[in-house]
Write a protein that binds this ligand. Structure first.
Ligand code: UN1
Length: 498
């Protein structure tokens, strides 16, 4: 508790926000309450963001970039404290908490450059004396709904781009991680104060539960809602956004796979598998969940993985020796155990997966990461779990492994370990992995911000972060200008009264 108070004070959060209210913030490290909060009036927050839109839309994009540059500076100044708060509230190890803040800083840098590069095309026209081009305009206030596992980075991917694109942001963080959101709001306010000309309502935080999220989904003032969470959540919200013709930027479940081929560098593969499957206690959307190992290397790789898994220190994520912190809460632990029961019933051999440290921390859920050898890709393997469970399956050729790899509903991240050029290029080709992220000789998790982030199929199709993901936050206008003294019509149509 006092650690949270100290960190929040260092981050400049108003302590009166945390002292009363019906919503409890807890740490998964020991289950202790960190503060109590009041819910925000979501409709009023949307109203403030909508009111901020005209002034922000009319601010030149490079000026908008200056605000994001200042945000990046403010984030650099508090990287340690915000990273520690992420660790306290989400339970990820400090290295990963700091990495998450670094992602925020990186996307700010990216967005500052982007603020001078919101390019449209000039297009050849078929009519003499005409010019054609496309322009990109701010879209309006946008909704951002984020999950507990990346409580601040996912906001930053959306907000940094939205802000340079001219859009105010209404953010509904996970109810499991409200404190990091309040800290981010305080950091943003410092940047806005230094900027001097940011309209009120430019970045609203909505504290609350599912009903607050529902207000964002259904409010016609938000032309785009970017939502990160489960495929179940996506099923619930996508039709509602479609019903009001809003844009949906969905980043939903992943069931990420890796194919290990006979030529693979096993030293690299072991380390990549460990980081991808055990990092963030298996609670990344990019976590490695399905491993297809060629029969020629199955036994040696499995032996090395079992040894590595046995050596993973599970415990307090603030301890520098720890590699796996706690699960977020009891329902997460129960879902993990249910998945292991199902895996056993479907022929799986489970190594690990048991609860740890229960006596010291009865209200926290630490587990030994589980390796589960499966006879085939059964129903439980095809369903995304959000826990440190790695299903391992044996294959005897890459084509078969690839067909299994693609035979799940989700399509976020994927990887292959091979030193064979043909296998690598096949995996990257149109006939290869069907995911949005396709890697060779590294794991599926831990993407940089410079690339577009997201996936296909039940992952929702959205792209956030780098490349040209910014286009989702703007509206495109196709402009044709006639600078001639005549009025030729397209397609050569004649339409004159004689
Ligand atoms: C998520 O889990 O929602 O690629 C995002 C990664 C991180 C982001 C994960 N950069 O693993």
């Amino acid at each position: 508790m006092s650690e949270a108070i100290d960190l929040l004070a260092a981050l400049g959060v108003d302590p009166t926000l945390l002292s009363s209210g019906p919503l409890a913030a807890r740490s998964p490290i020991d289950g202790a309450e960190l503060g109590r909060l009041c819910p925000t009036d979501a409709a009023a927050a949307i109203g403030r963001a909508a009111a901020a839109f005209p002034a922000w839309r009319d601010t030149p994009a490079p000026r908008r970039g200056e605000l994001v540059r200042l945000l990046g500076e403010e984030l650099r100044a508090v990287k340690g404290a915000l990273g520690a708060l992420v660790t306290l509230e989400a339970g990820k190890i400090l290295q990963e908490g700091l990495g998450e803040v670094q992602e925020m800083i990186d996307i700010c840098d990216f967005a500052v450059g982007l603020s001078r590069q919101l390019y449209g095309l000039t297009i050849a026209t078929e009519r003499p004396g005409h010019a054609m081009r496309e322009t990109w305009h701010p879209l309006g206030p946008i909704g951002v709904i984020t999950a507990f596992n990346f409580p601040v980075a996912v906001w930053s991917w959306n907000a940094a781009l939205a802000l340079v694109c001219g859009d105010p942001v209404v953010w509904k963080p996970s109810e499991k991680t409200p404190l990091t959101a309040l800290a981010t709001q305080a950091i943003f306010r410092r940047a806005a104060a230094r900027f001097g000309a940011a309209p009120l309502g430019l970045m609203e935080v909505v504290i609350g539960g599912a009903e607050a999220g529902a207000t964002l989904i259904d409010d016609a003032r938000l032309p785009l809602v970017s939502a990160t969470g489960s495929t179940r959540m996506g099923h619930a919200i996508a039709p509602r956004l479609a019903a009001r013709f809003a844009r949906a930027l969905l980043e939903l479940g992943g069931n990420n796979g890796m194919i290990v081929c006979p030529s693979a560098d096993l030293d690299l593969a072991v380390n990549a598998i460990l980081f991808s499957a055990v990092g963030t206690a298996g609670q990344r959307c990019t976590t490695l969940r399905r491993l297809f190992v060629h029969a020629d290397v199955y036994d040696p790789l499995l032996a090395r993985l079992r040894a590595a898994y046995g050596a993973v220190k599970v415990g307090d994520p603030r301890d520098p020796a720890t590699l796996a912190g706690p699960l977020i809460d009891r329902p997460a632990y129960e879902a993990m155990q249910a998945a292991l029961v199902a895996a056993r019933a479907q022929g799986g051999r489970v190594h690990g997966g048991e609860r740890l440290l229960a006596e010291a921390h009865p209200d926290a859920y630490y587990v030994r990461p589980a390796l589960v050898e499966m006879p085939s890709q059964t129903a439980i393997v095809a369903a995304e779990n959000f826990a440190p469970i790695l299903f391992v399956m044996r294959h005897d050729n890459t084509a078969t492994a690839l067909s299994w790899h693609n035979a799940v509903p989700q399509g976020l991240a994927s990887s292959i370990f091979t030193t064979d050029l043909r296998e690598a290029e096949l995996f990257l080709s149109a006939a290869g992995s069907d995911c949005g992220i396709v890697n060779v000789n590294l794991g599926p998790s831990g993407a940089e911000i410079g690339g577009a982030f997201g996936g296909e199929k039940a992952t929702g199709g959205g792209r956030e972060s780098g490349s040209d993901a910014w286009r989702a936050y703007m509206r495109r206008a196709t402009n044709t200008v006639n600078y001639s003294p005549t009025l030729p019509l397209a397609q050569g149509i004649r339409f004159n009264v004689e």
